[in-house]
Ligand binder design. Structure first.
Ligand code: NDP
Length: 296
């Protein structure tokens, strides 16, 4: 078999961000303002603070307005919901992202449910989830949306292909399965109780791994010529002289690569697509709110 293509999510995401930035001036000319994304961080989790920082930078780099709100770790449920409602009513805000996870005393679902579905750029409100299930246009979670774009770029029309999604989270696995179904794949959604997972994965033309277990999917689980999207981000324990362990995906890249047609690396595969799709969702939300057709 010829060598597998390495799916360059970083380059694809950079091109997507360029297209988004190029569309902003037209929106601005039509509405008199740039699209705006508000990100809400509750507490001081360092990883979340880093994510919020990079989202803000990417938003500004695309020519959009970035609004950052920080609430203390002991914020009450009412404070979080009051802020989200204020952002729902703010005309300058087209997208609202509540950085998860929230501190454990807060009710995450109730907070997310406060967000106006038309500004729900993370695609996690019950209305967005329902729209996706019904096949109605809405805002779709960024990581699965980015994964679908990479698959369509590799394979074109996905109709009739067998897809196996491993992991059924609200954030990744379930919406991924819905998107693949919408693209006319035959979809199997596997999870921790699935029996004979390697045999199920062996049927798949498309494998999406979103489990959170380092290098779980082995090369001999894969059908020759499959296209593999590795969503997982796992840090290994430091080896030898390393101060920080390596980042790896949910797929054992070394054993998988010889079997597949194309595969996303970790890092540099799906990861960069997530922020690019957040910007894309913000631009789409802004257009729809202004009654403009969706950007190309
Ligand atoms: P969750 O922990 O919410 O979900 C993990 C899923 O994997 C669950 O559905 C679970 O099944 C399933 N699972 C666990 N163990 C097994 C197993 N042995 N066999 C089959 N299925 C199993 O994780 P997320 O969906 O939020 O994230 C998944 C991975 O993707 C993580 O590594 C995360 O860091 C990464 N991620 C990457 C992003 C990116 O931008 N690239 C964005 C979001 C996540 P069950 O439901 O039965 O418990």
């Amino acid at each position: 078999m010829t060598a597998a293509a390495v799916i360059d999510g970083k380059a694809f995401a950079a091109a997507l961000r360029d297209r988004i930035a190029a569309a902003v001036p037209d929106y601005q000319a039509a509405t008199g303002r740039a699209p705006g994304l508000a990100v809400v961080l509750v507490g001081d989790d360092p990883a979340s603070a880093v994510y919020v920082g990079s989202k803000g930078k990417a938003t500004i780099a695309a020519g959009m307005e970035s609004f950052e709100y920080r609430l203390p770790a002991d914020a009450a449920q009412e404070d979080v919901e009051a802020l989200l409602k204020q952002l729902n009513a703010d005309e300058k805000v087209d997208g609202i992202l509540l950085q998860l996870p929230l501190p454990s005393h807060l009710d995450e679902q109730a907070a997310v449910g406060t967000i106006d579905p038309n500004k729900d750029v993370d695609g996690l409100t019950p209305v967005s989830t329902g729209r996706l299930a019904l096949g109605i246009d809405g805002l779709v979670p960024c990581t699965p949306l980015g994964s679908l774009m990479l698959l369509q770029d590799q394979l074109g029309d996905l109709s009739g292909l067998e897809a196996v999604v491993i992991g059924r989270s609200i954030l990744v696995g379930k919406p991924m399965a819905q998107l693949l179904l919408g693209a006319n794949c035959t979809v199997t959604l596997a999870h921790s109780r699935t029996r004979d997972l390697p045999d199920i994965v062996r049927r798949a033309d498309i494998v999406v791994a979103a489990v959170g277990r380092a290098e779980m999917v082995k090369g001999d689980w894969l059908k020759p010529g499959a296209v593999v999207i590795d969503v997982g981000i796992n840090r290994l324990a430091p080896a030898g002289e390393e101060t920080k362990g390596r980042l790896v995906g949910d797929v054992d890249y070394g054993s998988a690569e010889p079997h597949v047609r194309a595969i996303t690396p970790v890092p540099g595969g799906v990861g960069p697509m997530t922020i690019a799709c957040l910007l894309r969702n913000t631009l789409v939300a802004a257009h729809r709110r202004a009654g403009l057709p969706d950007p190309k």
